[in-house]
Write a protein that binds this ligand. Sequence first.
Ligand SMILES: *Cc1c(COP(=O)(O)O)cnc(C)c1O
Length: 447
Amino acid sequence: MSATIQGGPSLAQERKLVTSIPGPKSQELLDRKNSAVAAGVGLAYPAFIVAAGGGVMVDADGNSLIDLGSGIAVTGVGNAAPAVVEAVQDQVAKFTHTCFTLTPYEAYVDVAEKLNELTPGSHDKRSALFNSGAEALENAVKIARHFTKKQAIVVFDHGYHGRTNLTMAMTAKNIPYKSGFGPFAPEVYRIPGSYPYRDGLSGAEAAKRAILAIEKQVGAENLAAVVIEPIQGEGGFIVPADGFLPALAEWCKANNVVFVLDEVQTGFARTGKMFAADYEGVTADLVTTAKGIAGGMPLSAVTGRADIMNSAHAGGFGGTYAGSPVATRAALATIETYAKENLADRANQIGEIISFTFSDLQKSDSRIGDIRGRGAMMAIELVKAGTNEPDAELTGKIAAEAFKQGVILLTCGTYGNVIRFLPPLSISDDLLREGLGVVVDLIKANA
Ligand SMILES: *Cc1c(COP(=O)(O)O)cnc(C)c1O
């Protein structure tokens, strides 16, 4: 639209409303969207963005909104981060595409080396690059099946792995992800995981329940892979009880089952460590990554044990755009930025501010059922006062009203009653506190 407006950290870091939200220009674009774009592509917060950076997004009407979502945990380094912009601009001026599996380029190899080094475990690894998180999950399953010569895949209650046909089968929640879109891929089995707030089980107890379900309902001799998010994202920012993930990993190892950690949402400094699995020293056979990997450029990866990754024939993995030159250059700049700016530490500071804010409120308000998460991946689960009954209505209302007040706030959870905080790690303390203040006031006002 406006050719002159620039994003990035130099944008004024302020919440500023100059129209109602959405304003007239966004409303006009929304009308065009409704006439041109399929209805299935729904919009949660219909402010059309013209620039973003630091901790704000500016819309077509000139409103400046506080960003507490990072486009779903993608822009960890900030939107239009200078190092990413520079790398992308440099690359597009050189060449935009070759298809790596025809005529290769160095940045793809650089990203593979980085992922092999940074993902948990010091064992010999290989990586393969793709475009989206779902595509990485699809390929992790292909690889596990090819390696084990087995077919079954185990996933968990509240799990989310994407929207392609196989990953819809792997995703738990019906509306909006699956309803009417079946039949789904076969040989995907869902079992209970660990949800401390709701099941009250220790990690060892939850693992025992899960392993029993796997053995009785699937059988290790049929099972290619167990696929799990180290913190469940869309399902409600559910941190499993201590010991749950290590026990599952151990069982997989003993039973020739590939243990796949889906770090698509949790990866890249978001949780206060480079990967969420680092918290319990869990080493996966395969790790899937995407979202925070490339500052907003589409890129994903499967990284894992060299023997597993190398078991498939040449030509078995690929894709026209997979690991594009532009996305891989963006990823290198992004990964460098996480280290250079100590963004894992910054994620922890952000997490402390969020948990402090809501712990205080929770003392006087029993509707804050649970406060959980790690680093800058925090959430509050809202329930009816004095119970643990989910309150999706209150949750939706708070997100909708926060938007009108200039705060982009995401929700999640199987029961739709979780507010999740995923600010860019480039947000300032002041802006973060202001955004959280809006949420606190809305919770109080809706008592
Ligand atoms: C978002 C997400 C995916 C899917 O990624 P897309 O890029 O949207 O395909 C898979 N797994 C997890 C844990 C996610 O959060």
